[in-house]
Design a protein around this ligand. Structure first.
Ligand code: CA
Length: 223
């Protein structure tokens, strides 16, 4: 089930959005101020964010900026501000779409579907690459310097996760949630074990670096 985070301080609007999205089959989390929105984003890693601009504690611009620093999750800005420079600012900050209040629920749902569809088309179409490593997600093939690499399902998923976040420091918690899911219960050293397998299979020079006390990063050279 796809997860939507709605950051909106007007609870009447939030409730309508939640209900409408749930009827469309989404799971919805509401946050009522910017800081709570950012916190919830970090914890739940939703598939889409609906973001109001005028929010208590931290405005939507800042929330958008901070989410974009670590993630390319689709973001739709919902705002009463319809000045053209605000639309431009929203798109400059990396949001995917901009909807001016008041809007109809049908229009919002159409935009949500469009953004998610665009996103899945672009992520399916292209191969994920990093230096001499290439992964084709549609047939689950991994190749380094033209040599095929045989990976298990989880190793493949883990590699794709790194490739989708190149050069970023990824904490173990984030990797666990992104690859094994939030409800994973099992060995606590699962990440170390799988990173070890991946490193061995990927060969030299190493591409996955350990970042002390922080996690791992897909990088060509050590920090
Ligand atoms: Ca507001």
């Amino acid at each position: 089930m796809q997860q939507v985070l709605v950051v909106e301080d007007e609870s009447a609007i939030g409730d309508v959005l939640k209900l409408g999205l749930e009827q469309e089959g989404f799971s919805v989390e509401l946050a009522f101020d910017g800081r709570a929105g950012l916190e919830s984003f970090g914890r739940r890693r939703p598939d889409l964010v609906l973001l109001d601009i005028l929010l208590p504690k931290m405005d939507g611009w800042e929330v958008c900026r901070r989410i974009r620093a670590t993630s390319n999750v689709p973001i739709i800005i919902l705002s009463a501000k319809d000045a053209i420079q605000d639309r431009v600012k929203g798109l400059d900050l990396g949001s995917d779409d901009y909807l001016v209040k008041p809007f109809s629920l049908d229009e919002l749902l159409a935009r949500v579907r469009a953004v998610l569809r665009r996103r899945s088309e672009s992520s399916n179409a292209k191969a994920l690459t990093f230096l001499d490593l290439e992964v084709r997600t549609e047939n689950r093939e991994a190749v380094r310097a033209n040599f095929p690499i045989v990976l298990t399902t989880k190793e493949f998923d883990l590699l794709c996760f790194f490739l989708r976040h190149p050069r970023q420091v990824l904490s173990k918690e984030r990797i666990l949630e992104g690859v094994w899911g939030r409800d994973y219960v099992g060995e606590s050293n699962v990440i170390e074990v799988y990173v070890g397998h991946l490193r061995r299979k990927l060969g030299e020079p190493p591409l996955i670096q350990t970042i002390r006390n922080a996690g791992y990063a897909l990088r060509a050279d050590p920090w």
